[in-house]
Design a protein. Structure first.
Length: 561
């Protein structure tokens, strides 16, 4: 016969853990009650914190390759000229982004923050809408988790990027809560329905790939029609009529295909699709693991102690039901399929496929994680704490560093204008006579934009004749319409005036130094620094590159900047 005391000794630890868990859960409910009662004040504090952190990031990050399209086009004096530039191939996004940026610059000037203001505001509107969508069906805690989740994903980069993605996310959030309101109300539905129409139409007028936002709303409305056994003609009309705004993108797509052909630039592939999901989900992997671990741990303790009663937390004020409707769940799940529909669309239309076109996936993830985590208040608070720590840690890392990694291309960008100015000074001090040839296509536009007037005439970009899509072909439409300065030359043109030149290269473009060596040049290092180098390149006087026919052909292909 076994000793009964043995069982007492074995059960005591689990009993202590269960008792500690109950105490923690009671404390968690008190904290959640505070969140619920002070939610408006806390949302205001979150808004102020977001504004400070994001505007600080926006003020430091230098404009780079993609953003400079927005900078130059939005700098045109009138909306009519902006549209003419877009039709002429200066960029391939619909005009609303440039109109919003033009208005922001007219009110606040042409600084980094003013130019990025549409993205800054749009992204936070998106986060607040996620809070509303989740909190009205669950708890305030769930709402705060959903609000904070996008801040740890690659989507947050586009909160301070002078491109259309932050604004599109804002319109996506407005469409989400207006669709929820229109589907829930039986009277006075014209307001939410009108906002749904306007949000989706504005999204389509901001980015060509915003038609992907229709996937979750159509899916949700189909499920609602089946569950309720009726068709909501008002909502369907809003979806269909707003979809007509896609016609704005038709001439831009035709212009794109005339410049780059069909599906040749950034073509869609299965690998690209998988990498899109990996890119969007990888930064939140630690949070996913923590959530699953907490759920399993709490469930295990509860099961061992014989207490499995759920503690759903405190429902949000004004919540009619606890938990998503079937149609709302369908919308959130359909958000997760957007990369797949992006892949299909790119294949059918011959358009490029880029991961950032599928950022709306974050809406589905944020809402589902918020709801799941808040099923137990204690777990939800831990997840919210981890989110806050990760957001704070990333901001602290940004403050300490002078560079930042662009998430889709992994390109290194400067976040210090002083460090960039020092780079110009060091380069110009090497030799005051020789031209300075830039080799990095992504870095060159930024280099031209911030170059001091005394050294700017010495810079020229060396056209990469071995590639079809180079700086010249991509930026050439900006020159006549926006007066952009991107001096570009071939190697033959440079050697026609001098056997030697200085070559500036970032770490990403060092392969081009090897190409110069292989073409017969003697290359010596003049300056090496963190992330870039300056080289003296010398060709013999009898180099084939000096052939007059070659120089003549090169001159005919020159783009005057």
């Amino acid at each position: 016969m076994q000793n009964p005391a043995l069982f007492v000794v074995q059960d005591r630890p689990s009993g202590l853990i269960a008792d500690l868990l109950k105490r923690l859960e009671r404390a968690a409910l008190d904290i959640e009650l505070f969140l619920s009662r002070r939610r408006n004040l806390l949302l205001l504090l979150c808004t102020l914190s977001y504004a400070y952190v994001t505007c600080h990031r926006a003020s430091r990050k230098l404009f780079w390759f993609d953003e400079l399209f927005t900078v130059h086009i939005s700098g045109l004096p009138s909306p009519r000229l902006i549209w003419n530039a877009l039709i002429g191939g200066a960029d391939y996004n619909p005009p609303l982004l440039y109109m919003l940026t033009w208005l922001s610059q007219a009110l606040l000037g042409t600084g980094h923050v003013a130019t990025r203001l549409p993205a800054i505001v749009g992204f936070w509107v998106f986060c607040l809408c996620l809070f509303r969508f989740v909190a009205i069906r669950s708890t305030v805690l769930a709402g705060f988790i959903s609000l904070a989740f996008p801040l740890i994903t690659p989507a947050y980069w586009y909160a301070y990027e002078a491109r259309s993605h932050g604004a599109v996310l804002g319109f996506c959030g407005l469409a989400l809560i207006s669709w929820q309101a229109a589907a829930s109300k039986t009277r006075r539905r014209w307001g939410p329905t009108l906002v749904l129409f306007a949000s989706l139409a504005c999204a389509l007028a901001t980015h060509s790939y915003a038609f992907l936002l229709f996937v979750p709303f159509v899916a949700g409305e189909l499920v609602r029609s089946i569950v309720e056994r009726r068709i909501d003609w008002a909502v369907w009309a809003a979806l269909c009529v707003s979809g007509l705004a896609v016609m704005i993108s038709v001439p831009l797509l035709l212009s794109y295909r005339s410049h780059f052909g069909s599906g040749e630039l950034l073509p869609a592939s299965t690998i690209t699709l998988l990498r899109t999901y990996e890119w969007l989900l990888a930064p939140a992997t630690g949070l996913f693991v923590a959530l699953m671990t907490l759920i399993c741990a709490v469930h295990g303790v509860r099961r061992e102690s014989g207490a499995l009663q759920p503690q759903p937390g405190i429902a949000a004020h004004g919540s009619e039901t606890y938990g998503f409707e079937w149609s709302e769940s369908a919308v959130l799940v359909a958000f997760l399929t957007i990369p797949f529909f992006s892949f299909l669309s790119a294949r059918l239309l011959g358009a490029p496929m880029v991961g950032r076109y599928s950022l709306a996936v974050v809406a589905g993830l944020a809402c589902l994680i918020g709801m799941i985590a808040s099923k137990r208040t204690l777990i939800g608070l831990v997840i919210l704490f981890l989110l806050s720590i990760q957001v704070a840690g990333e901001f602290w890392s940004f403050v300490r560093e002078t560079t930042i990694i662009e998430p889709s291309s992994q390109y290194t960008l400067s976040t210090s204008i002083d460090a960039f100015t020092e780079r110009y000074r060091r380069i110009s001090s090497v030799d005051e006579k020789l031209p300075i040839v830039l080799l990095d296509a992504l870095d060159a536009p930024t280099f031209f934009y911030y170059a001091p007037p005394d050294i700017a005439p010495r810079f020229v970009y060396l056209k990469n004749e071995g590639t079809q899509f180079d700086l010249e072909s991509i930026y050439q439409p900006l020159v006549p319409c926006c007066k952009a300065s991107f001096p570009t030359s071939t190697l033959g043109q440079i050697l026609a005036s001098s056997n030697s030149f200085l070559a500036y290269s970032t770490a990403q473009a060092l392969r081009r130094i090897n190409e110069l060596t292989q073409s017969g040049a003697t290359v010596s290092v003049k300056l090496l620094a963190d992330g870039y180098g300056l080289f003296l390149v010398t060709y013999p006087s009898n180099s084939p590159r000096h052939d007059s026919d070659t120089v003549k052909n090169d001159q005919q292909s020159t783009v005057t900047r």
